[in-house]
Design a protein around this ligand. Structure first.
Ligand code: ATP
Ligand code: NI
Length: 331
């Protein structure tokens, strides 16, 4: 089976003055067509790094990437620069963290779309560009007249919709969204998420939705991938109930999500800080903060896991008798 997006043993090492720092370690994850996978983790866990590595946007001078990224069965890291340019936007597109502020202030909305279309098809006619632009603006519930506006004339929510519409311009099958709604107020955020869900279903898009907000993503995603210190600790389809078996870190995130109890919002957070990526312990990276740790968690590396869902935790390994979906590659 070919996935729209498949990561195998993806590793990213940033080159720093003090040597290489592993920001992403052995990440394996596949996303199906028509599926939203939420990637959650605290600040610095490597979420944006993963998005950039998947787009092959990390400069070789700044980072070394190993493992593989397949988009529609094609190995992204084996493509020539020309082929890569074609694949980006057409097959895989990304909405970057704070990209609503990255629109060019001196270009109208229409010009942004025109540039995108012409970069991929220089022969595209003006009328076709206008029609496509109007369609895309309507797709994200904007009035097509917005095409004549400049970014500063639009609200943050409208700019974010423009950026999402731009990412969809060449009809990609994979969309990566990095904190697309974080800067927006809750009502606007909700509306945009509903829209993303709608478009994603309509187009059978494979979506990787990056956020630090577990609560937000649990209402949106089909599966959640939990990143901690550059490693996937768990991939779960049990996105709402905390009765299911989870990694202690995932449980912590679930509790840390702001929760409405009657009229009261409680926020319980995980004590401690994520580890320094340069001096990671040999065992589980969550060891220092884990309330359920076992002696061997400190020294024994976590087992590698692949598959639709998995939990990487020594404790969980002990407590499950039936390894649901753990191991074996889907085919
Ligand atoms: N260019 C770089 N050179 C060296 N280290 C980097 C570089 N970019 C990021 N890092 C480090 O890699 C780790 C992961 O950063 P990344 O931005 O991917 O995290 P994130 O999960 O997206 O965080 P946030 O929620 O704050 O956006 C961090 O420790 C960060 O300091
Ligand atoms: Ni980030």
């Amino acid at each position: 089976m070919t996935y729209p997006l498949e990561l195998q043993q993806l590793r990213v090492f940033y080159r720093t003055r003090d040597g290489e720092v592993a920001a992403l370690r052995n990440v394996s994850l596949s996303i199906n067509a028509g599926e939203i996978v939420g990637l959650v983790g605290e600040s610095g866990s490597g979420k944006s790094t993963l998005g950039l590595a998947v787009m092959r946007l990390l400069k070789p001078s700044a980072a070394r990437v190993t493992g593989s990224v397949h988009v529609g069965g094609q190995d992204l890291y084996s493509l020539t620069d020309d082929a890569l340019r074609l694949t980006r936007w057409r097959h895989i597109a990304m909405v970057f963290q704070s990209s609503m502020n990255a629109l060019n202030p001196v270009l109208s909305v229409e010009s942004h779309f025109r540039d995108t279309f012409l970069a991929h098809d220089p022969t595209m006619r003006k009328s076709a560009i206008q029609t496509k632009t109007a369609e895309l603006l309507e797709l994200v519930r904007l009035n097509p007249a917005v095409a004549h506006n400049y970014p500063h004339e639009l609200s943050g929510g409208m700019r974010q919709r423009v950026v999402i519409a731009l990412a969809l311009a060449l009809n990609p099958s994979v969309l990566i969204l990095d904190e697309p709604t974080t800067a927006l107020d809750v009502v606007v955020q909700r509306a945009i998420l509903d829209q993303i869900r709608h478009i994603q279903q309509q187009r059978r898009l494979a979506v990787l939705f990056i956020t630090h907000d577990f609560m937000l993503v649990s209402s949106l995603a089909d599966r959640i991938a939990v990143l901690y210190a550059g490693e996937l600790m768990e991939v779960t389809a049990e996105v709402t109930g905390d009765t299911a078996l989870h990694h202690p870190y995932t449980k912590g995130l679930m509790r840390a999500a702001p929760r409405l109890l009657g009229t009261r919002v409680t926020i319980e957070s995980i004590p401690g800080e994520p580890p320094d990526m340069r001096t990671l312990p040999p065992g589980c990276p969550f060891y220092d903060r884990c309330s359920q740790r076992l002696p061997r968690c400190q020294k024994t590396p976590l087992p590698p896991r692949t598959g639709e869902t998995f939990i990487r935790c020594h404790l969980v390994d002990d407590s499950i008798t039936v390894h649901h979906d753990i191991g074996g590659d889907p085919s």
